[in-house]
Write a protein that binds this ligand. Sequence first.
Ligand code: NI
Length: 397
Amino acid sequence: MIGSEQVKELARTHSNEVIDHRRHLHRHPELSFEEVRTAAYISAELDRLGIPHTKGRGGNGIVGVIGAGAAGKSIALRADIDALPIQEENEVEYASTRPGVMHACGHDVHTASLLGTARVLKSVEKHLEGSVKLVFQPAEEKLPGGASLMIADGVLEEAPQTKSIFGQHVHPPLEVGKIGVKAGVYMASADEIYLEIIGKGGHAALPQDFIDPIATAAQIISAVQQVISRFSDPEIPSVLSFGKIYSDGGATNIIPTRVYLEGTFRTLNEEWRREAHEHIHRIVTQIAVAMGAKSNLEIRKGYPYLLNNPELTNRFRQAACGYLGEENVVDLPIRMTAEDFAYYSHEIPACFYRLGTGTAQKGITSPVHTPTFDIDESALEIGVGLMSWIAINELSS
Ligand code: NI
């Protein structure tokens, strides 16, 4: 068996190369479903490493295999590769060269880290007790999510059939050197709410002659919160927030005809998710009717909740403690953001963990999805080493 000191040494040896990968990807970000050059870059690197791979998976995805044909089980390591529509404000040498597009969620870090992991594992390929699938996944940031498309494309089922999958995500609140994980339900499902309320517009001084969609919207906004406080099991976390409200006109003295609301519903239980949709539909429709208005409600289903398989996550935790030291493995709380890695977690045992990438002393604290997001690049060596170690450990377990 390969030892953790050997893995640390390999991760250190290739750390500058991984930083170069990250900076290249950061300079050339591509939006979800448009990751053509990113995929070409990954493919060229896998060619250089002599790792067989298939392209065009679930869109612009790439799947490579290390140790193909080896006896033993097969596990998968996943990195998402797409960027966000954000204008970068960092004044760094490796800043985005594409106006309005930025790797602001660290997917450049995930991709570079998986390329580094590929290099480490390839160098010890003949000692691996199974095979490792490298899943470079497109379109994490946009529905329906690249993960669902790769699953539909047979990525998990095709030989060597995948028994479990790991994914990592940058985490600025966590100091570099630490990682965080949570066994069990970890991240939320996320559904988009689009509501149109149709009243009858007219002079605001004569409300008796018209149907006020604004007053109706106010009733609905208050009432649907009861779905969370009165219908939901208090043990199941749920959030219902409206982030946008506008009308088709109106003024201080004009009642508009239409009001539009947009929001999000998030939770951690599929059965409750279905029920909650019904409650929202009923409350919205009937309040609109009671006020004399009409309503059109659409709830667009997003990603499901993310489940970290307890046994797999436990083994991950032990291996991570052995590699980084117990004091550097942090227990994380539930998080109400969503992530399409969740789709894998509903197919096979999965573990999604967080890589500490912040350094308060250097002022690297900006959250993901902001124009000033960046990482402490020393996190890359840890990300590569840990993911390699987890793979080796899981194959021999
Ligand atoms: Ni992300």
